[in-house]
Ligand binder design. Structure first.
Ligand code: PLP
Length: 450
């Protein structure tokens, strides 16, 4: 690390920071006032100035086991030295098979996993699997895909099309034809300061029925939702909402996809949101916590019967060989698979999902203690995830929260903001004192903020 330029003598002149076009970043602002992290361990990042910053966001919702876990580091180091790369097209290596078996065995009723390198690729893969599944069963007329307003499903053309973030969509257009959206389920008037799932909003799942009536359900391949929407501000599913979506989709032969890129691997105090809400979708996308964020990897987990439909179709077609014409050079990359296996072992050995469940109440109380703090108009929580919604300054949506982010960082706490919502998702190893530190810092910052 020390022989890299990223040390305290790092030259911050614009030329050095210029070339990297940073994703989802106010680049001009960042390059003038950069925030640079140089190392991480446990619950903390260290900045280039040598300051410790408590990680209230698990990086980007990824590092559920905390940073610098020895077991994961060792697995990555050993694997890269032994098997740097191996294709998984018509070849294989044991680690990817083992990881797919381990992940699917965490879920009752799921039997196959397709590997990708990110959440965005997992989403696009799931949409393609849904389309191909119907075609394999002789229902190729099912081509429509249904998403939801305020959904975030990554940045592929599939993901932004079914996603419901206006800024992700308005520049690039809707590149997939035949996409429709249900309404989102967030309503502050009805739901503000709810602990856990809101009572109000299950009826909004009837939007799927309305869309079915409009387009004819036999034209619809799949509906995709985040069981708990993370990136658009931590929006909890109303009680009964996901159950109703399952009921309607099943009735019409439409595949239900849960995008669990954030909720997978313990974030809600259960292995998956599927376990938290007791609703079983047909496909589950995951990424982030799959490898604790160490090596990029994502995947699509398939319910029993999905893969079999491809096999059956292939068995009935003598000319067929490859069941699904889709894949990535790095699908099931050995180093990522090793990181995934070590990550799952870490979650299990350290009982981190149970830990998140046990801390949920303390976390929720600490969050809701901020009710009445300046600018706060809502607080919501579930598992080890929370959101504090701020009133926006007129004509300046997002500015107040962005300032809060910078000020918290200066005070040694990393938070994430989306619009004027503070979203929190710490590593599941967090201690109670650190929970207090996060919320006390936010409270102090908000009280001082215009
Ligand atoms: N889906 C959901 C629900 C996400 O939260 C994200 C990222 O935050 C993605 C997909 C995209 O994942 P990635 O950034 O790894 O492509």
């Amino acid at each position: 690390m020390n022989d890299l330029p990223l040390n305290n003598e790092f030259d911050r002149s614009p030329n050095n920071l210029d070339a990297f076009w940073m994703p989802y970043t106010w680049n001009r602002k960042f390059k003038k006032e950069p925030l640079l992290l140089t190392s991480a361990k446990g619950m903390h990042y260290t900045t280039i100035e040598g300051n410790q910053v408590l990680d209230g966001t698990a990086g980007l919702w990824c590092c559920n086991a905390g940073h610098g876990c020895d077991r994961i580091t060792r697995a990555v180091q050993e694997t890269v030295a032994k098997l740097d790369f191996a294709p998984t097209f018509q070849l294989g290596h044991p680690l990817a098979f083992e990881l797919a078996s381990r992940v699917t065995s965490m879920l009752d009723g799921y039997d196959h996993m397709f590997f990708t390198n990110s959440g965005s690729e997992a989403v696009d893969s799931a949409l393609k699997i849904a389309l191909a599944y119907h075609r394999a069963r002789g229902e190729g007329h099912r081509t429509r895909l249904i998403g939801r307003e305020r959904g975030y499903h990554g940045t592929g053309f599939g993901g932004i099309s079914v996603g419901g973030i206006v800024k992700n969509r308005n520049v690039f257009g809707t590149m997939l034809a035949g996409v429709d959206h249900m309404r989102h389920t967030h309503d502050l008037e009805k739901q503000a300061y709810t602990v856990g799932q809101p009572e109000w909003g299950a009826h909004l799942a009837e939007d799927l029925e309305r869309i079915c009536a409009l387009h004819d359900p036999s034209t619809i391949a799949a509906v995709i939702v985040e069981p708990m929407a993370g990136s658009t501000g931590v929006l909890m599913p109303p009680k009964g909402y996901l159950e109703k979506l399952r009921e309607i989709s099943e009735k019409h032969g439409i595949l239900l996809i849960f995008d669990e890129v954030i909720t997978g691997f313990g974030r809600l105090g259960t292995p998956f949101a599927v376990d938290k809400f007791g609703v079983k979708p047909d496909l589950i996308t995951c990424a982030k916590g799959l490898t604790n964020g160490t090596i990029p990897m994502g995947g699509v987990i398939c319910r029993e019967g999905i893969y079999k439909a491809f096999e059956d179709a292939a068995d009935n077609d003598p000319s067929s060989s490859i069941e699904l014409f889709h894949g990535y050079t790095y699908s099931g990359h050995p180093v990522a698979a090793a990181a995934g296996l070590a990550t799952l072992e870490t979650y299990k050995e350290e009982g981190l999902f149970e830990r998140a469940q046990k801390l949920e109440e303390y976390w929720g109380n600490a969050a809701h203690n901020l009710k009445g703090t300046r600018h706060v108009i809502d607080i919501r929580n579930m598992g080890l995830i929370g959101a504090i919604e701020l009133e926006s300054r007129p004509g300046e949506v997002g500015k107040r929260a962005y300032e809060a982010f910078r000020k918290c960082f200066e005070k040694g706490v990393l938070i994430r903001v989306t619009g004027d919502i503070i979203a929190l998702s710490p590593p599941l190893i967090i201690e109670k004192g650190q929970i207090d530190q996060i919320f006390e810092t936010i409270q102090t910052v908000l009280n001082d903020l215009d």
